[in-house]
Design a binder for this molecule. Structure first.
Ligand SMILES: [Zn+2]
Length: 397
């Protein structure tokens, strides 16, 4: 049972029921498209007239459109509805320690155009390049872009729109939302990369994940971050600082320093850099760019034993941290995202064995799954920051 929050209860308005019905209809169209008004009425028990009125509103707002006709069940053939995907409505900006990607997507989250550049350690330079690309993409789309979502690899306060601390570049208290909004005139939503990817999994992930009310997303990249979905929403904690499990201590003498500088954090044992350091040690020679983590996974997939061994050992440490999260949170699922998800065929057993070994004594375990968000999960995350607000309920259901 949820305790009633009196501060929020005061804000409940008379049209709350109407808002709830609107979100129900919109989400039926999103998940079951193409779908007719009659099908929505059958599945929801809402009045046909209520649904028709809501659909008219959603059409006017440009969220839903009519597409052709469905099978007749005796009378007139019903008109089918789907999400309106004729134009780009969101811009996503995924800032990672190496590359920044700026892309547009439609309402369904499909990426339309994308551009990228190497992230500059100087915050002003990176933000200026972001602004140039956002301007260019919104000009190309002639006013259809509604908002910009930005994911950042560090501590972010979504309420103020500030990047509080980005360890890779030592950025502190950068007013990211304000700077971009001022320059491009669009609303900007920002979040930590792992939270953004967790949001993308919740809205656009595979059904085992998106249907779960409680799950944890573990993002393995230059660092290791976690996004916690609790009761169907991102759990943020004070100032958005929840989920910094990358810095929980799981050992000593990690193969690389953590982004915080210590050598005992989970991240220092389980990041892409940790796997690369293990590989370098195994083959007995230093590895240099352009050879990167992607190439390491490619080599492992091609059957190279050293590459496989480096990834399997990294997966064991990843499993140690996940075990701690499973014991503490008892989530329905844990999703592993990042390039490492491609290596699933040979890291899965190392991961699950470690987790099963630690989570015992009758405690429930969780399903461990690779992310299905594709090559750039943080970009999907950045886009979700804009798109999810279209479908999410503004009320506590
Ligand atoms: Zn650390």
């Amino acid at each position: 049972m949820r305790r009633l929050d009196l501060k929020k209860a005061q804000a409940a308005r008379l049209n709350t029921i109407r808002d709830i019905n609107r979100q129900i209809v919109l989400n039926y169209v999103r998940e079951r498209e193409p779908i007719s008004r009659a099908d929505i009425a059958r599945e929801t028990n809402l009045q046909r007239s209520t649904i028709s009125a809501i659909v008219e509103d959603l059409k006017t707002e440009g969220l839903v459109e009519e597409v052709g006709e469905g099978e007749s069940t005796g009378g007139r053939r019903p008109t089918l509805l789907r999400l309106r995907t004729k134009e780009a409505i969101a811009i996503g900006v995924a800032i990672t320690p190496s590359v920044t990607t700026v892309a547009t997507s439609d309402l369904a989250g499909r990426v339309i155009d994308q551009e990228e550049f190497p992230t500059d350690p100087d915050a002003d330079k990176t933000l200026n390049q972001v602004i140039t690309l956002v301007r260019e993409l919104s000009r190309r789309n002639k006013g259809s872009i509604e908002a910009v979502g930005v994911s950042l690899p560090g501590l972010v306060d979504p309420a103020t729109g500030n990047a509080v601390y980005i360890p890779y570049f030592q950025w502190r208290d950068i007013p990211v939302s304000q700077v971009i909004t001022k320059a491009v005139g669009l609303p900007v939503v920002i979040d930590n990369d792992a939270n953004a990817v967790a949001l993308a999994e919740l809205w656009f992930g595979r059904p085992e994940v998106s249907d779960a009310r409680d799950f944890i997303l573990v993002l393995v990249a230059e660092g290791v971050g976690t996004g916690i979905i609790f009761d169907g929403q991102v759990y943020r904690g004070q100032r958005g600082a929840a989920g910094e499990f990358g810095h929980m201590v799981i050992g000593t003498h990690a193969p690389v320093p953590c982004s915080c500088g210590n050598h005992d954090c989970w991240e220092a044992f389980s990041s892409e850099g940790a796997a690369m350091a293990r590989y370098s040690k195994l083959i007995g020679s230093p590895i240099n760019p352009p050879f990167g983590f992607r190439e390491l996974v490619d080599r492992a997939l091609a059957g190279e034993s050293g590459a496989k061994a480096a990834l399997v050992e990294t997966a064991r440490y990843l499993g140690v941290g996940i075990s701690n999260l499973v014991v503490g949170f008892s989530p329905e699922a844990v999703v592993v995202g990042g390039e490492i998800a491609r290596a699933w065929p040979f890291i899965e057993s190392a991961l699950t064995e470690t987790i099963e070994h630690s989570v015992r004594r009758g405690l429930p375990s969780a399903t461990i799954l690779p992310s299905t968000l594709g090559e750039k999960p943080t970009l999907r995350g950045a886009l979700s920051l804009v798109l999810a607000s279209k479908f999410a309920a503004a009320f506590a259901a």
